[in-house]
Write a protein that binds this ligand. Sequence first.
Ligand SMILES: C[S@@+](CC[C@H](N)C(=O)[O-])C[C@H]1O[C@@H](n2cnc3c(N)ncnc32)[C@H](O)[C@@H]1O
Ligand code: SF4
Length: 463
Amino acid sequence: MTINPTQNLIFDPELIRHYDQPGPRYTSYPTAPHFDEGFDEKALQGALDDSNASGRPLSLYFHLPFCEHLCFYCACTKVVTRHHEWGTPYVAHLDREMALTRAHVDGDRPVDQLHFGGGTPTFLRRDDMAFLLGSIGKHFHLLPEDQGEYGIEIDPRALEPGTLRLLRDFGFNRISIGVQDLDAAVQKAVHREQSFALTADVIDAARQLGFRSVSLDLIYGLPLQTPESFARTLEAVLALRPDRLSVFNYAHLPERFPPQKRIPDADIPSPDTKLRILAESIATLQQAGYLYIGMDHFALPDDELAVAQREGSLYRNFQGYSTHAGTDLLAFGMSAIAMVGPTYSQNIKDLDTWGTTLDSGHLPVERGLRLSDEDLLRRHIITRLICDFRLDFAALNQQFDLDFRPHFATSLPALEAMAKDGLLHLDAHALTVTPRGRLLIRHICMAFDAYLAQKSVRYSRVI
Ligand SMILES: C[S@@+](CC[C@H](N)C(=O)[O-])C[C@H]1O[C@@H](n2cnc3c(N)ncnc32)[C@H](O)[C@@H]1O
Ligand code: SF4
């Protein structure tokens, strides 16, 4: 067992083996498979109209789906093409989507969070990117960059010269870069060949331009990985001293993501090997001074996420962890998910239908959900557990006017069993996740998920 008393995470292989069942990652609650088609354009327009009274700040998400190459492991919603000119009608449609949305949103509500995700946002040609940035500036009131959190996902293989400067000049202040693995054989097996030098150069350029935070994505459990090869990847990556690091467990669900069929089962490391990779990676990250934020994420102690976690102001939504709570999230682009007031709404996932719906003057809503009071309560609990690893009953009872124990009587047996196994402490005042239970946070959240029994959905595992 790996124990480092100065750290906030204890790796307990027996406990992980015991609790290693599939479960949601709770980027939303209720999770996306529970959205339904009864929630339509009118419902979103109503939620937008209602949200103006609050004057809440806005958070904007843009889904930019194109990728030039297909990474076999990829579970993201993307469109693989060599036709960079497809970006031009796409950004024109985004402009239309913003105009149709703005008809229901007060223009003076400040934007304090902006995120470009994908796919590969930097697939866009520089002119198309410039058009998109101009269009966002035209429709919305962005706060100065020292007050906002403006991030973009970058694939170093798809970055035209000058694009980073364009983004920085617009106000982007953080980047996250997909690395996944640096080993040549692993890169070949997943069809993503990307040299260390290329990644290092992008980080250098971003730092010189004054980007505040650099985050890197790695995946463990990829084909041909060994504990030794992944340790080499981690060592090289740590030399770049990213502010944040995501170490995702490879979600291998070939029925849901058919390109994953090109990864033979026999090449995937065994559960025991994956467990070793995870244990050794955590120990290495701890020695290098990184803190576990939760759900695959690590950060340096002076990074904003780690500071926010210490202060109890960390928040999590579809884009991951954030320091900006209390916003309405507007989402643009095919498949993008918005969160406005007590609602979620997801856009049409098919590129052409998303575009033709906008051409006909309609918001391209495919499905969504209006949360009940009970949903809102459970979402609050799950968010606080994922961000704080603690739930204070008195504060909760006061905020939601309830009595925790009788209200969650059906959750208590599962929580008490987890308390007995050492994942959490439960007393009259609070539920506190132990350093041993932190890697299993999604299982603790599952005790509060009222939808789990309703629908059988295939989720990934912790390891
Ligand atoms: C949209 S991609 C990042 C941006 C860019 N397309 C790139 O690949 O560099 C988001 C991240 O999801 C992670 N990811 C994708 N497929 C995954 C899978 N099957 N299991 C675990 N993580 C995955 C990768 O780490 C990837 O960097
Ligand atoms: S990992 Fe990134 S670059 Fe690769 S296919 Fe997925 S979204 Fe595209």
